[in-house]
Design a binder for this molecule. Structure first.
Ligand code: COA
Ligand code: AMP
Length: 644
């Protein structure tokens, strides 16, 4: 256990109890953290399916709260955003006033294209300031943005365009990876060829690294903005949708997580102080991407709601140019709190295990390091503790919640941390562990991690266009509780350990991916009869996907060629981030008698762990086949990776 400060936990416990026993009083107090056009009278209401709705009669606008309000309060000249892009060799600073003005003008430009309150806008952009400006501009108009991560391929973009039916698509001409430029415009064009829905217009931000060819219906960002009048913030209801962010579920179709304006703004403003211990004027650096929830919450919205400076980094933890990149940024921008995924530090540790790069920088400004996106594995936790000699905070959350469910509350009452634990539930979240019968599990017993209703403000309000899926996926399994999809346990001291997904979602380098989606790609190949995709352990990325396929009877092609073709198809359809580590052609897959593929067993075999042959298995001989294939190929690779 790491004790960086003695604590009685009293302040945390008081706060936590109040949030659970008197949620309305607690959240009414927190609501005063943000500016409202109309302060809510009703703090908590319930919809017909008994889902919580926060601040239902409040009116505000998150763009106003994060930008205009600060300018009006005298923070106009303070730096709002620091952009640092080693991949393009550029840097930029924007004050609150500049951000507000650029956002107001771009909102005017979107309005000229017909975008109004409630319309959707899809944003497909890399880590450039304009991505934030586009998001805030949508919020300003009351339009609903849906940002798609730049690493997703055309097909994934098309699926999201069809689901969100945007009036406008905004993209950059390219993204820049470590050693390659990725032209985005051809990806957008390909997506629009595949999608049924067609937007009225596309807006393209031209980047010097690769200019896009524009066609009819395309507008260049700056020319469009040059003709626009600034637009004022539209007053929206607290419960009006701010964005739809797609995340992987257990089926091939991603879930459009819907977030509202008011509850989200209140929760983020609260978390900046209570979880992250940030005060106005301080610098927050979250090394994620605007395409992920961490980017939405802690690059774009939360730091500015709190009057802080946000660092927008277009680069990698390593290779841009080296494993000292994060330390350089922390020193250069005087970062107080830094947030990234454990996988990023595993990449740094691999290249610089002794921390020689760190020794070249003065990072005395850094008070706390926060990690999330996957469980902070104990070896990385210990390595970071030793290297940094300051609090290393693992905290747990998901796209659906939008802000941390469990954390060490650095702004209220820091407590000693434990390796492998995300510490305690954050005020607002009544976290329980249930066994399969819905009974509460005792200390140290693993079960489903659930959250008792009401979920606090800021959490998803529904699945876009699919309230039934929302209810079924999250609320129906244990009535009265939200199902997180994670398994875990509390220890005797109340520390929460979140151990991994209980469904078919995997976590690759901090990216959440659906094995079901990859299986759809493999299964669509004419030579494939059956398939399974599993996530196996990987020393750098946490997990990597491996596919197992049974060819159709009569298949007499080259197996190696088929394996490579399938790998390529997954990259093409989903994107590079979903690259299958290995595809193995096998003759049988282990199944239960009812025909369900025993994926957990496959994972256990692939990870090289001991396994027992389950009594429900239909064809025990299939295990030997799979075992031998994996030993020969995937396991060998995984073992090499583990030793890297
Ligand atoms: N646009 C286009 N392509 C992208 C992309 C983007 N924004 N991000 C990743 N890709 C591509 C990469 O170019 C790579 O393609 P390749 O296989 O053809 O070379 C592929 O997707 C895999 O990329 P990545 O997952 O980044 O692997 P990597 O080996 O290049 O880097 C890490 C490994 C650990 C350094 C990297 O994954 C990382 O920084 N992870 C942190 C993730 C994170 O912050 N997640 C947020 C959750 S909090
Ligand atoms: P995402 O929605 O992409 O943020 O992924 C959420 C999932 O990542 C969670 O359901 C967990 O499985 C995993 N996760 C994120 N942070 C943590 C953490 N600190 N500890 C354990 N698992 C985590």
């Amino acid at each position: 256990m790491q004790a960086h400060q003695q604590s009685s936990r009293k302040r945390y416990q008081e706060s936590y109890r109040q949030s659970i026993d008197h949620p309305e009083t607690f959240w009414k107090e927190q609501a005063a953290r943000i500016p409202w056009f109309t302060f809510p009278d009703t703090i908590l209401a319930w919809d017909e399916q008994q889902h919580a709705r926060w601040f239902v009669d409040g009116e505000m606008n998150i763009c106003h709260a994060a930008l205009d309000h600060h300018v009006d309060e005298g923070r106009g000249e303070q730096t709002a955003l620091l952009w640092d892009s080693p991949v393009s060799g550029q840097k930029r600073r924007m004050s609150y006033r500049e951000m507000r003005d650029a956002t107001a003008v771009f909102a005017g430009a979107l309005r000229n294209l017909g975008v109004e309150k409630g319309d959707r806008v899809v944003i497909y952009m890399p880590m450039v300031p304009e991505a934030l400006i586009a998001m805030y501009a949508c919020a300003r108009l009351g339009a609903v943005h849906s940002v798609v991560f730049g690493g997703f391929a055309a097909h994934e973009l098309a699926v999201r365009i069809d689901d969100a039916s945007p009036k406008v698509v905004i993209a950059a001409s390219c993204g820049i990876e470590v050693d390659k430029i990725i032209p985005y415009k051809p990806i957008v064009d390909a997506a629009l060829t595949q999608s049924t829905h067609q937007p009225d217009a596309c807006v393209i931000l031209q980047r010097d690294a690769c200019l896009a060819e524009l066609s009819d219906g395309d507008h260049e960002w700056h020319s469009l903005a040059a003709d626009a009048e600034p637009a004022a913030c539209v007053s929206v209801k607290a419960t009006d949708p701010l964005y739809v962010l797609y995340t992987s579920g257990t089926t091939g179709k991603p879930k459009g997580v819907v977030r509202d304006h008011g509850g989200y703004a209140v929760a983020l403003a609260y978390s900046m102080e209570a979880v992250y211990d940030m005060a106005p004027g301080e610098v927050f650096f979250s090394a994620s991407d605007v395409g992920w929830v961490v980017g939405h919450s802690y690059i774009v919205y939360a730091p500015l709601l709190r009057g802080c400076t946000t660092v927008v980094y277009e680069g990698k933890p390593v290779r841009t140019p080296d494993a000292g990149a994060f330390w350089r940024l922390i020193e250069e921008y005087r970062v107080k709190a830094f947030f990234t995924a454990p996988t990023a530090f595993r990449a740094i540790k691999k290249e610089d295990p002794e921390g020689t790069h760190l020794a070249q920088y003065d990072i005395s400004c850094l008070k706390n390091l926060f990690l999330a996106g996957e469980r902070l594995d104990p070896p990385t936790y210990h390595w970071l503790n030793k290297l940094l000699e300051r609090p290393v905070i693992d905290h747990w959350w998901q796209t659906e919640t939008g802000w941390p469910i469990a954390a060490n509350m650095m702004g209220i009452d820091p407590v000693p941390t434990k390796a492998g634990s995300a510490t305690f539930p954050v005020p607002g979240y009544d976290v329980r562990i249930l066994d399969p019968d819905g009974e509460e599990a005792g200390p140290n017993i693993q079960g489903s991690v659930v959250i008792r209703q009401p979920m606090p403000p800021g959490c998803l309000t529904t699945i876009w266009q699919n309230p039934e899926r929302f209810h079924k996926a999250y609320m129906a399994t244990f009535p009265g509780f939200y199902l997180t999809g994670d398994g875990g346990y509390f220890d005797k001291e109340g520390y929460l350990f979140v151990m991994g997904r209980t469904d078919d979602v995997i976590n690759v380098a901090g990216h959440r991916l659906s094995t079901g989606e990859m299986e759809e790609v493999l299964g669509a190949h004419p030579a494939v009869a059956e398939c399974a995709v599993i996530g196996i352990r990987d020393a750098l990325k946490g997990q990597v996907p491996v596919g197992l396929v049974i060819p159709k009877d009569g298949f007499d092609g080259d197996t190696l060629a088929l394996e490579n073709e399938l790998k390529q198809q997954v990259r093409e359809k989903i994107g590079g981030i979903a690259g299958l580590q290995e595809v193995l052609v096998v003759s049988r897959l282990p199944k239960t008698r009812s025909g369900k593929i025993l994926r957990k067993l496959l994972r256990t075999i692939a990870d090289g762990e001991e396994y027992a042959v389950p009594s429900t298995i239909d064809d025990p001989g299939s295990l030997q086949d799979v075992h031998d294939s994996m030993r020969e190929r995937a396991l060998g690779q995984a073992e090499q990776a583990r030793q890297r």
